[in-house]
Ligand binder design. Structure first.
Ligand code: ZN
Length: 447
């Protein structure tokens, strides 16, 4: 029986041989090398898919005898695959889904990946684009596209599969469109340099209607802007006057104003928590500000925003440990996390504390459950998303640690430990204390 150590040795040997390769002598040799390495990556992707599928089947067989509901089994499996590959539970689910499809209903696609004719990205496209079809239809399409494997571009592959799918099962295609409409949603994602992305996934006709309303309002405001400019006397010294707003700026401002009901886009009335060092707020320190769950903002931008007379400002002082910037604890005897403690958690953990999970913090969780004597305290609290919080209640999962470290143990006994300090402290204290070290992964002792 293979042990974790034997497998680790085998992989290490391969990694070492790659690292000790002499530089390729010519341009031709380098391109050859790229091709060989790409082939190895594809074969490795197939081996990972096969291992994922085998793990899923072993776990299902194991849990079937224990009468655990299917939905609970899957939740744990997907998250474990994600953790093992250094990805979020969400990505873990996608990887698990692709692996089981490749191994069970897409034999030609799997073979093409394993022998290097198809990339992992293209194999994923085949799995995703056929996901709404029956197993029989997936197998049929897998055969129908075999002649295009390795030749079609990703977009050609997608269209080819969609064409076959619509022909084979028109009803499923229509149901999918209806499901997409039911799945309409709005989400906020961090961008960079003080910008975030607010995305709405809407039925097409509604999205067009929103854009049309925005265009009309924009036209009105631009017309008013032009009238004002025309009425300004030419002889007035306008050298210091602000540049007229562009069409894009006007439309973005209107988007904020119409949704929040505020009179100007800058006068935000909703509560926005910003964490900022006093040295940045009152001095010239370069440490950026931080919006919990969203990331850094240039300090100057936040100071400019705070100076806006229309914005109401509330300050709350937070005490941090001098050595590494960790927030200081507050003890509470109440079961529900008091508001202040929940806010501190959202600031410390920033996003769900599960390693690699990108979801927002939704729950203040008792690491040691309240029912088992866990206290409502800073020392026993973790900020988690709802899915991770629910999953950790499943058999075999445990979250342990301190305010500074979190260790997640999965049903296979693997442990993942990450440091938990406020991201803003990790920026400030880099010189004395490195931010996030390599993730510690502990393998269980060989059985
Ligand atoms: Zn999570």
């Amino acid at each position: 029986m293979e042990t974790a150590v034997e497998m680790a040795d085998l992989v290490q040997e391969f990694v070492d041989s790659l690292a000790s390769l002499p530089p390729a002598a010519s341009e031709e040799d380098n391109i050859d090398r790229l091709q060989h390495l790409e082939r190895a990556k594809r074969a490795l992707a197939a081996a990972q898919a096969s291992a994922t599928n085998a793990f899923v089947e072993q776990r299902k067989a194991h849990e079937a005898g224990m009468r655990i509901t299917t939905s609970e089994q899957l939740k744990g499996i997907e998250a474990e695959v994600g953790l093992a590959r250094g990805e979020s539970p969400f990505v873990g689910a996608a990887l698990t889904y692709t692996a089981t499809a490749l191994c069970n209903v897409l034999p030609n696609t799997y073979a093409a990946l394993a022998d290097g004719r198809m990339s992992e990205y293209h194999a994923r496209i085949v799995a995703e684009q056929t996901s709404h079809l029956s197993d029989a239809h997936r197998r049929e399409i897998d055969g129908l596209i075999a002649h295009r494997v390795g030749k079609a571009s990703s977009s050609q592959l997608r269209k080819l599969i969609q064409g076959h799918a619509y022909r084979l099962d028109r009803k499923a295609a229509e149901q999918r469109a209806a499901q997409n409409q039911r799945d309409r949603r709005v989400c906020l994602d961090p961008g960079s340099d003080g910008i975030s992305y607010l995305t709405a996934e809407l039925p097409t006709h509604q999205a067009v209607a929103v854009m049309d309303a925005l265009q009309q309002q924009t036209n009105k405001r631009l017309a008013a802007q032009r009238r004002d400019a025309a009425n300004t006397p030419d002889d007035l010294d306008n050298s210091d006057a602000e540049q007229p707003l562009t069409r894009d700026q006007v439309m973005a401002d209107l988007f904020v104003e119409l949704l929040t009901g505020q009179t100007t886009a800058d006068g935000v009335t909703a509560e926005v928590v910003v964490v900022m060092h006093d040295s940045s707020l009152f001095g010239d320190d370069d440490v950026p500000a931080w919006i919990p769950g969203h990331g850094p903002l240039p300090a100057g931008m936040v100071k400019h925003w705070l100076a806006d007379p229309q914005a109401a400002k509330f300050f709350r002082r937070m005490y941090t440990r001098a050595t590494d910037g960790q927030l200081v604890a507050l003890e509470s005897k109440r079961r529900h996390f008091p508001e202040g403690l929940s806010k501190m958690l959202a600031i410390r953990d920033d996003t769900c504390a599960t390693p690699w999970c990108n979801s927002p913090v939704e729950d203040a969780d008792h690491r040691k459950p309240w029912a088992k004597g866990g206290t409502t305290s800073w020392a026993n609290a973790t900020g988690l998303c709802k899915r991770c919080n629910q999953r950790k209640e499943n058999r075999g999962w445990s979250y342990t640690g301190t305010p500074d470290r979190l260790t997640v143990t999965t049903p296979t006994g693997h442990q993942y430990t990450v440091p938990t300090r406020p991201p803003i402290s990790q920026i400030r204290h880099t010189t004395t204390d490195p931010p996030i070290g390599p993730i510690d992964i502990a393998w269980p002792a060989a059985a």
